[in-house]
Design a protein around this ligand. Structure first.
Ligand code: C5P
Length: 412
């Protein structure tokens, strides 16, 4: 993931250098943008050396002939598009005021307006400047707009005064970044088995039965879980997707193969998430030769495939089981029934007929039905955000179920 670090002009600008290092250690690519003021305190070379990237300083970078070029004139848009997060640390009172008002008179302030990625600001300034009504109003404006504020610490300030205004600690800023980008390692102790994609049930050497599953939802869950520190095994039917970083993928084709792979890896998993659209039926006989066309009607005899989720839930122990329900009607009723019938802990239900939900979309509209009775209806979100919310709910449920077991044990 890519973070743009905006450095503005304050004594604390030197602390941003250490931030670059810490963010890189967390696996982020860091691109630095410096304001003119920042360059009075630290040179761009320091950040270029640390980040290994060109440091952006001017809205209109001049060529050797002294002319601004088109590439640099639109670079703020390119940077805005490629960044996953804009972090401004330290943020001066001036930068906050410009952000709040939408003034765009340099690269950083222009980038702030052009970026759609989340924004975090870590202010640092003199205590009176920080406490000034103008600054506090700007902070409130930004907060209301969804900007995350990492409040300054109290302490001795470079100007000789004592009070609030010192740039927050590096760890506090890093935590804010992780929380915002959902890279908190809160699944570090989990091994998650995930099924994804469709299955293909062969009829003969060239024909098969399948469905429209793209695998996007399951892959999003796998990627999100790996980023949150889980060990992830992804049992995947045939899809055109890249395996997310840090995920072990086991490629399968049929429901039977998926069942085999799940059976082999289930015992070692602490959570199992069944996002695959497993074919419900398969041809009763597999023809070894290509079936010939003879003009007469053809009847295929199909037999049911095993319910992989239901089988896995029979021996679940402490393992948390998550299922998906793609419905076209009576979503809540069907989902609750499925939760009970399959002995699952959480069902992610969606109405596949809704606009922007289900197969092949990058967005999804789901409701999470939990074993403890909670229904959580989510708005239309990207599949990656849905994945995060599913994992949040899994962790919440894990806590609830553990507490219940513990109180039950102590009662006995
Ligand atoms: O019963 P239904 O097919 O709607 O259940 C969907 C859920 O069950 C999904 O989580 C799906 O991955 C899982 N499933 C399975 N094996 C099957 C059918 C469904 O694991 N044969």
């Amino acid at each position: 993931m890519r973070i743009t670090l905006g450095v503005t002009g304050g004594v604390a600008a030197y602390k941003a250098a250490e931030l670059v290092r810490l963010l890189q250690q967390d696996g982020f690519t860091v691109e630095v943008v410096m304001t003119r003021g920042a360059r009075e305190f630290v040179t761009p070379l320091t950040f270029a050396a640390l980040s290994g990237q060109k440091v952006i300083t001017d809205l209109f970078e001049k060529s050797a002939a002294g002319e601004a070029n088109l590439e640099s004139a639109i670079e703020h848009i390119a940077v805005a598009q490629r960044t996953d997060l804009l972090l401004v640390a330290p943020a001066t009172a001036d930068a906050l005021a410009k952000f709040a008002r939408g003034i765009a008179d340099d690269f950083l302030t222009t980038l702030y307006l052009a970026a759609t990625a989340p924004v975090i600001v870590a202010p640092a300034m003199n205590v009176n400047m920080w406490n000034h009504a103008a600054t506090q109003e700007n902070i409130e404006t930004l907060r209301a707009r969804g900007v995350k504020i990492v409040n300054p610490d109290e302490g001795y300030l470079a100007c000789g005064m004592t009070g609030a205004g010192r740039l927050a600690g590096q760890q506090e800023i890093i935590t804010a970044v992780r929380e915002t980008l959902r890279t908190q390692k809160d699944l570090e102790n989990e091994t998650i088995l995930i099924t994804a994609g469709p299955t293909c049930e062969d009829l003969d050497p060239v024909r098969y039965l399948t469905n429209r599953s793209s695998g996007k939802m399951g892959y999003a869950v796998a990627g999100a879980a790996a980023r949150r520190g889980a060990k992830v095994v992804l049992v995947s039917g045939p899809v055109h997707l890249e395996t997310p970083a840090g995920v072990e993928r086991i490629a399968v084709r049929s429901a039977e193969q998926m069942r085999g792979a799940v059976a082999e890896r289930l015992a070692r998993s602490t959570i199992a998430i069944f996002a695959a659209a497993v074919a419900d039926y398969r041809p009763a006989e597999l023809q070894t030769e290509k079936m010939k066309r003879n003009g007469a009607p053809l009847t295929l005899r199909l037999e049911p495939t095993p319910d992989i989720l239901a089988e896995a839930a029979q021996t679940k122990g402490d393992r948390l089981i998550v299922g998906f329900a793609a419905e076209t009607d009576h979503v809540a009723d069907n989902a609750r029934k499925k939760l009970a019938a399959k002995n699952a802990d959480l069902i992610v239900a969606n109405n596949v007929t809704a606009e922007g939900a289900g197969f092949d979309y990058d967005t999804n509209i789901v409701t999470l039905f939990s074993r403890d009775g909670r229904d959580l209806a989510l708005p239309k979100l990207t599949k990656s955000d849905v994945a995060q919310r599913i994992l949040d709910e899994v962790l919440r449920l894990r806590g609830v179920l553990r507490t219940k077991t513990e109180s039950h044990r102590s009662a006995v």
